[in-house]
Design a protein around this ligand. Sequence first.
Ligand SMILES: Cc1ncc(COP(=O)(O)O)c(C=O)c1O
Length: 472
Amino acid sequence: MSERLTPMTDARKAGVPLTTEQLEHGAREHLWPHFTRTSLYEGGSIPIITKAEGKYIWDQHGNKLFDGLSGLFSVNAGHGHERLAEAAKKQLMQMDFVPLWSFAHPPAIELGERLLSYAPNGLDRVFFTTGGGEANETAWKLAKQYFKMIGKPLKHKVLTRKTAYHGTSHGALSLTGIANMKKAFEPLVPSTFRVPNTNWYRAKDDFATEEEFGLWAANRVEEMILMEDPDTVAAFFFEPVQNSGGAYTSHKSYFKRVREICDKYDVILVADETIDGFGRTGTMFASEKYDFEPDMLVCAKAITNSVMPLGALMMKEKFYEPFKKGMNIFPHGYTFAASPASCAVALENLDMYDEMDLIGHVQANQDNFKKTLDKLSDLDIVGDVRGTGYFYAIELVKVKETKARFDLEEIEKLLRGFITKDLYSKGLYCRADDRGDPVVQLAPPLTSDQADFDMMEAKVRETLTKAWDIVK
Ligand SMILES: Cc1ncc(COP(=O)(O)O)c(C=O)c1O
């Protein structure tokens, strides 16, 4: 055993609190943070979060920050719920682990039924994973095998939307519509095709109404299916409200038309609700809000309030039917999917969401959240404030009147050089993102109220006002 790497363990075993220096050194020398440009922390330290409670998190220096991103769009009820810890403990003492391979267990069985009870009509079967990306991966693999089994073996291609993010494994990354995130890993899984997203802000000059634009965007799905040949297209994946690019909502016409198109060409409609689910948009699932019925629905993140890893793919029973016969099997699964403690926590969490009436709270307050954030539209740098529920993006532009964009250097200076750091220093954790056009994303805990909205608006206003001075 290495002596070199154990001082922190020695300290913990001796009951001595870890020092900030130890933590910063360990993080710098040995930890690889995800999706992080580590050079930004050269000569300093990455934030190390040491405590989370309610709507707040604290870093290694004792700074208290409002969690304006709910962890990663996922701690919907806020942090530190003892009942979730108790549920995990109780389950671990009863039965700590069995795989879902050749076994079932009570928490997975109950959770499957519970999730399906919230799901749109027609979804009757659930396949568990440990997160959203794996659930998308599962959906695509299942779609390919299903069509082979029912005598449509050529159906394997998938359509996804521009700028959408669906995960990082080779399959889920292939579904992702962000070239920058993919190029280092090419060649990826072939047979994915991109259709437009529903960025109304950038489209509205060309369409009379959002309804018309929604129909146009949906018809591009049909166009691509026809171009690729319907006999070869298996599925269309999309988020009802797309996060990457900045909270793109759609007119109801979009969902209705996409549903018709998928029915017409026997293409599986997959709603990726990894972020949208569990109240984020003001209903349990966004499919309910927009009144459409997907063939498959992916959820994860807030399913356990993010305190345990879990994801799920819900689907129509017809996808399971061919597997009931003979020696047929779906050769796919994950060791930790539906671990008993994750399922027990998810069940407790869903009870808690119900008892807290989180969805009722969002419904009662979402208009005020929108009204408060809309005030930011008077800033020169703000082109658009968009989103729904407790899920918003503020798009930054160089020239408001023409919607002219900042160039790459300016975006770099703005987002990484200033906005993220300045908001952090003001005690607001949220995300400045440029996977599409540059946006500040806000997705606070669903317990947030008017005082929180006002605080976020004031801090973002101050930061964006200074940001404008830097680039104007
Ligand atoms: C829409 C969407 N799909 C899939 C994923 C991947 O989920 P996970 O990180 O749980 O694999 C994410 C993660 O943020 C997401 O936002």
